[in-house]
Ligand binder design. Sequence first.
Ligand code: NAD
Length: 361
Amino acid sequence: MEQAEAEPARGRVTRTRLTEHVPKAKRCTVIGGSGFLGQHMVEQLLARGYAVNVFDMRQSFEDPRVHFFLGDLCSAQDLCPAVKGVSTVFHCASPPPSSSNRELFYRVNYLGTKNVIETCREAGVQKLILTSSASVVFNGSDVKNGSEDLPYATHPIDYYTKTKILQEQAVLDASDPDGNFLTTAIRPHGIFGPRDTNMVPVLVDAARKGKMKFIIGNGKNLVDFTFVDNVVHGHILAAERLSRDSSLCGKAFHITNDDPIPFWTFLSRILTGLNYEAPKYRIPYWVAYYLACLLSLLAMLLSPLVQLQPTFTPMRVALAGTFHYYSCEKAKRAMGYRPLVTMDDAVARTVQSFRHLQRVK
Ligand code: NAD
């Protein structure tokens, strides 16, 4: 169900008795803490001794150590109780990129994020860490070892990404070391790992329907896929290194596995790990791209008569057929980032966690 239609039950829903002694510097709120990344963030923060509030429009797990607050991040009234008394806020909430609701993206990612900034400031929060996306610099053509100096995309691949750009700009512009409000943005790419509700389930579903037979392009395009624990590690390091004099204030950082992999090799490793066949037929990139453009045009022309939502879109072709990998050197220098989990371990742990989806031979 899309969020515009979902009405969250509002207010605090659980209360912990375990966090009274935690100093303010280790009190934080995870906005979007019920999501895939958010849940992993909560777990690692708890493991590192933080007291954690979760703010989300849904509650997806129970943990007596966590304060849950249900609400819409666009509402200051909903959000305020969840950020009161904490020093750090992690904002990793967003509508799913697959949604076609542009108004929802604008409202939540842009206007909602402006509300997050204002509410944090008014509540005396000192640090705001945004989960942005490396796609904010991706125009649909090759990016090889891209640094944070690349300009924002002038032709973002979709409207979701357009609003991620607006969101990141708003957060970085709000950094105010003199006013004791510090912000930074983490740009992950292709997050995967246990409990992902998007990448692996969608891949398996496509394989089951016989849709994973073709490789777009020559299959050599390198892409970043980033294990969720590494992404979380980057966020927590950023929060801990963010200070008035640090080079993190008002800046964005790529966080990757530092090990780009051919897009089709990664997909094939997940698929074969779960007993599905790897794609083996090749289709030239430009053929696939123009076919997808044609389908989108057709869907647009027919839209007064019938609502078609092609899954084979130019954006998906670009994501599957181009190089897009990013340098994380800046994060290494500024915050001492190193990926904690290697690509081999990450793939093995992910496959293991999705055993229930494997094809029974
Ligand atoms: P997710 O959909 O699993 O989690 C998002 C959470 O945000 C959900 O729990 C949802 O309920 C919550 N949410 C959405 N709108 C809300 C609102 N109005 N008020 C309160 N809560 C709301 O997504 P994810 O994959 O965990 O992504 C987390 C973040 O990482 C997002 O900002 C996304 O843009 C970014 N990102 C994800 C990837 C990826 O590959 N998954 C890549 C780059 C960036």
